[in-house]
Design a protein around this ligand. Structure first.
Ligand code: PEP
Length: 250
């Protein structure tokens, strides 16, 4: 999207211990990378690593995010992490509504919506994920599914600074399968239209990331599609070399 600075975001999921911090150092130490020049970069690490990750890239052009937060500020929610805790540990972003959370933890659009607001309240940028399943795509209901998820998951006060949308077809996550560039273009255009309708000028500037089996080999094609303002990268974000290679698509 013209005037929108791309973002390449990594999602480490439930992977990584202290030694993985070396990958972050390798990312920031790469000479002449696009990061900080043409694009922004972010790695969403497991909650246990947010503090150390943020410390180890302090002052560098790499942001650190969480992968989920509770929708409440604090309280009796054993094992959960609040947005304020992520912020306090050094995160600037939080992913909400990833399909693995929606599936494994039964998160509804209403829950995702509340989590995005909790993220904002703590000063975090919310990365709100949407995407159709394989069955929904086969049934021809992709655009309807996405439109319903967007309407329910994005809170009313969203703007281009506090919110990023990630389109992640569920069947493309971790499978090595990707939609065609034409399919991505169609979905991203429909997301852009929905955002502009609801948020006017801000909807035109909100980043829409593509996620689902982005690799160095397909990054140029996928990231070159109209209205694709970056990527959300799972598996290929675990190794600095792969993440950097994806960033080199810009
Ligand atoms: C993700 O977890 O958001 C993702 C897109 O995973 P992968 O890149 O491994 O498909």
């Amino acid at each position: 999207t013209p005037d929108v600075r791309p973002l390449v975001a990594g999602n480490w999921k439930m992977n990584g211990t202290g030694e993985s911090l070396d990958e972050l150092r390798m990312i920031v130490n790469r000479p002449n990378s696009a990061i900080g020049e043409k694009i922004d970069a972010l790695i969403c690490v497991p909650a246990t690593l947010v503090f150390r990750a943020a410390q180890s890239v302090e002052g560098e052009a790499l942001s650190i995010g969480g992968q989920d937060c509770h929708f409440k500020k604090s309280g009796a929610h054993t094992g959960d992490i609040s947005a304020e805790m992520l912020k306090d540990a050094g995160a600037s972003h939080v992913i909400v509504g990833h399909s693995e959370r929606r599936t494994d933890h039964g998160e509804t659009d209403a829950v995702v919506n509340a989590k995005a607001k909790a993220g904002w309240d703590a000063g975090l940028v919310a990365i709100i994920c949407v995407g159709e399943t394989e069955a929904q795509r086969k049934a021809g209901s992709t655009l309807d599914v996405i439109s319903t998820q967007l309407a329910g998951s994005i809170p009313d006060n969203a703007n281009a600074r506090n919110t990023i949308i990630a389109y992640e077809p569920v069947w493309a996550i971790g499978t090595g399968l990707t939609p065609t560039a034409d399919d991505v273009q169609q979905v991203h255009a429909s997301i852009r239209a929905a955002l502009e309708k609801r948020f006017a000028a801000d909807g035109g500037k909100m980043r829409i990331l593509y996620g689902g089996s982005v690799k160095p080999a397909n990054a140029v094609e996928l990231l070159g599609v109209a209205n694709v303002d970056g990527a959300l990268v799972g598996g290929a974000s675990l190794k600095a070399a792969d993440f950097l290679a994806i960033c080199e698509a810009y």
